[in-house]
Structures are given as C-alpha cells and as structure tokens.
Write a protein that binds this ligand. Sequence first.
Ligand code: SF4
Length: 329
Amino acid sequence: MVSQIQEKQAPWQRQLRDVVTNVDELLSHLNLTQEDCLIKQPFPLRVPWRFVSRMKPGDPNDPLLLQVLPTAKEWLKVPGFSQDPLAEAQSNPVPGLLHKYQGRVLLTVAGACAIHCRYCFRRHFSYQDNNPGRAGWQPCLDYIKTDSSIHEVIFSGGDPLLATDEYLAYLVDKIAEISHVTTLRIHTRLPIVIPERINKKLIKSIIRPKLKCVVVIHCNHPNELDFSVKKSLDQLAAANITLLNQSVLLKGINDSSSILKALSEKLFHYGALPYYLHLMDKVQGSAHFDVDETTAKTIWQELVAQLSGYLVPKLVKEQADALSKIPLL
Ligand code: SF4
C-alpha cells in the first residue's frame, strides 16, 4: 500500500519526502565536522537534496550551508530580537489571513516549508492556528469579499506551493470569483529548492484569465541558481507569469556588493527581476545573521554604482507598525 502511494507521487513530492533532516547526515555528506551544531531544537534542520547538491563539500562557510545549518548561536538571547518581530498576531483578523498593508491580504496557504531557513521571521509563527484547511477558508474569502479595497491576494506560508495542485486550483477559483481581486501573488522558495515543483499541472492550477499572476521567488546567493532552477523559471515565464525575486541581507552569506551583483545578473538571465533586498527581521535565534543599517546602505550604494538601475533591488526593512515596507534609501 505504501509503495502504491509512493508510486503515485510526483517527482517533486518524492524530493520533498527525502529531505535531509539529520545534521550528521548532512555534515558527513559534505565531508565536514562541526562541534556547535544543534541536533535537536524546535526549528529543526530541513533541506532538500537539490539544495544540498549546490553546496561545496569541505567548506564549513558555504553560503548555502550557513542558511540551513542549526547552530548553538541560535540559543543566544539578544535584546531587540523577538519571536514575532513584525507583530503579525495583531494583523490576523481571521485564521489564515493577514491584513497588514492597504489593498492586499496574505493567506497562509501552507503551514510548512521544504527548507528551514535559519533566519526565517516566521520560525516561531503558529501555523497550526493559521492553516484552516479547505473547509476553513470561507471566513477568509468572506473577509476579502466584504472589503472592495483588496485587489491583490498573496499566497504565502510556509511555502504555498507545497499545497497540492487540486487544493491550489480550488482556492484560486474562489479568489477569481471575487470581482475586485485582480492580482494573485505567490511567494515561494520551491522553484529554487525543489525546481521539479514547477510543472504544467501546477501552472494550470494557478493561472486564471481574470487574475494577473506574479511569482516572487526567494533566492539569497547566486550559487542557489543552477540549470534546474532555470528550467522551472522558464516554465513560469512561458505562462506569462511575472517573476520577481526577494533576498534577505545576511551576514556571512551575501553581505557584499560583489555577491549581490552576481545574484542580480544571474537572476536577470534566469528571467527574474530583483525586487527587494530585505534587512533581516529581528527574529529570536537569528541575531548572528544581522547586518546593521549603516553597513546595508554602504553595500547597496556600491551595488547601485555597479548595476543598471533595473537590476538593483529596493533596500527595505519591515516595521511592525508601518503601513508598508520602509525603503532605507
Ligand atoms: S522558505 Fe521562506 S517561509 Fe520557509 S523557512 Fe525559508 S524563509 Fe521561512
């Protein structure tokens, strides 16, 4: 029975089932030993093999490894870093829906991710309380229907593309029925970490003539982009989907203008425009990745000097009480 279920799984679902969750297995695969790794903790290691395959064996400072490897630094309690740095609990009028910015709402379509990024601002978010399931979406849809200022619905998570094609098609159909919603935006890291997730069936499930579809991928370093990612982005572009990228500025990973320049140029050749470069949200457990505002501005100005304007992402930070992201320059 189990093997029958597994046989029916799509390639991306098999990739998802086989993610690495064991620190020792990851380190031994990369010919590394590390003493300050966290073996057990509430936000455990989780990384697909596709992402691991782009790491450099023997390099403890590999920028992809650093994004996923749990370390003892996460136990540090640093003033100014909290469990809910954006106070999202206050913008959560209905379970599953966040309404913070004017004109758009965010639905937490899936309560999990294929990868656990150590700096994730939702690493302490209660997905259990915000994952209504198919039957539970009606209050969210009613909320959107009653506010005609909402023109854009954002699928977020977790990673919304972890939902099945059928589930996504159901939700997109419901959203397309709401007359004032004109744009569907999907925030996802799956085209990077499990590129096989992008296939014809998925694209069919998210495209509707009435809705302009925007996919915002999340890539922090040029080494995350390989031919398999290019193939997945090509499929989205061929379906007329607008492709943007957001990155988080992370100490020891991409805090240099030369790395960010290479990222912007590679993204462009892969069909995605750099959209946002975020200052990291100050979530508890991630202080060792923090880049201060002055340094961030210097890096960004160096970037401006080296790139065409359309390849420079906006440098922004989020603030709990702000009505939009705050540009730093
Ligand atoms: S993919 Fe996005 S939501 Fe998921 S852990 Fe990484 S940063 Fe967080």
